[in-house]
Design a protein around this ligand. Structure first.
Ligand code: NDP
Length: 280
């Protein structure tokens, strides 16, 4: 019988995850179908119960449900609790278990690009959900220090407080205005985790222009989690300075590959999934 997988979101029609996972199922000859499932916020509890009863084999979860779904599941894994968000749901018999593959997905995408994470000094821009996953993922991958920089200092402090029990590295917060020059001077890896580089126009240009990129060491790597566009204004500035860059598509790909592996127990066909994400 065809196994059903899907993604909960609102809206969800734009998601490339069905393309990526259906291509992977086809490549491995697995009889399964992955469908977009539009779920309005007030229907989330009913939708989770429906997935349980209809024997849906696995789910991805996107905006706006990544936090709220934690209350609807039978269990949530420790790293997802630390991140405060679930992006993947697994089945354990009758139970639905929440996990988060964003953090490890980012670490895998950086390793794939030959970025050394062991002992790395990391600066993360932003204090939202993506930044929080990055902090937890990079700390788990061996970073020695993570500095969280936000335009509202209290948001950076809040993020550090929320994850401090779950991470072993040195964790500090700073203000994106005054704190950045010092933090950039001692940075091996800069993660752009705000939504400020999304799209085109004056906003993304001004955001990138205000960053003290000249303070970054020549060996620093710059990764923007935003993948629309693939080459963001911050990545362009890094390239102009001669720094190595990693785009956000890798994190999207590898969070999907990790979810696929948890669901099926098979190694994910990453090349096929990447081409499907790019619409090739
Ligand atoms: P959130 O809305 O949770 O957080 C956005 C963060 O960006 C907040 O800290 C916000 O600050 C900050 N921000 C927005 N505009 C500016 C600005 N002009 N200057 C400084 N800070 C700014 O979003 P997410 O964390 O979920 O996602 C962030 C981005 O990461 C998204 O745009 C998304 O494209 C990308 N992403 C990529 C993934 C991948 O797989 N590659 C996965 C998830 C997200 P404040 O709180 O002050 O508003």
């Amino acid at each position: 019988m065809t196994a059903i997988y899907g993604i909960f979101g609102w809206p969800v029609a734009h998601s490339r995850s069905p393309h990526m996972h259906n291509a992977a199922f086809a490549e491995l000859g697995i009889d399964a179908l992955y469908v977009p499932l539009p779920v309005p916020p007030e229907r989330l509890p009913a939708a989770v119960q429906a997935a349980r009863l209809l024997d849906v084999r696995g789910l991805n979860v996107t905006l706006p449900h990544k936090e709220a779904i934690m209350d609807e599941l039978d269990a949530v894994e420790a790293q997802a609790r630390a991140i405060g968000a679930v992006n993947t749901v697994l089945r354990d018999g009758e139970k639905l278990v929440g996990t988060n593959t964003d953090a490890e997905g980012l670490a895998r995408s950086l390793r794939e690009a030959d970025v050394n994470l062991q002992g790395a000094r990391v600066v993360v821009l932003g204090a939202g959900g993506a930044a929080r996953a990055a902090v937890v993922g990079l700390a788990a991958a061996g970073a020695s220090r993570v500095t969280v920089a936000a335009r509202r200092r209290e948001r950076a402090d809040g993020l550090c407080d929320a994850v401090k029990q779950a991470v072993e590295c040195e964790l500090t917060a700073c203000d994106m205005g005054v704190g950045l020059p010092g933090a950039f001077g001692e940075c091996d890896l800069l993660i752009q985790g705000t939504s400020a580089t999304l799209g085109a126009g004056e906003g993304p240009e001004q955001f990138a222009a205000a960053l003290p990129m000249e303070e970054l060491p020549e060996s620093a790597v710059v990764c923007d989690l935003v993948y629309k566009p693939l080459q963001t204004t911050v990545m362009r500035r890094a390239t102009e300075r001669g720094l190595k860059t990693v785009d956000g598509l890798g994190m999207l790909l590898h969070q999907g590959a990790l979810a696929f592996e948890r669901w099926t127990g098979e190694a994910a066909p990453v090349g096929v999934m990447r081409r499907a994400l790019l619409g090739k």
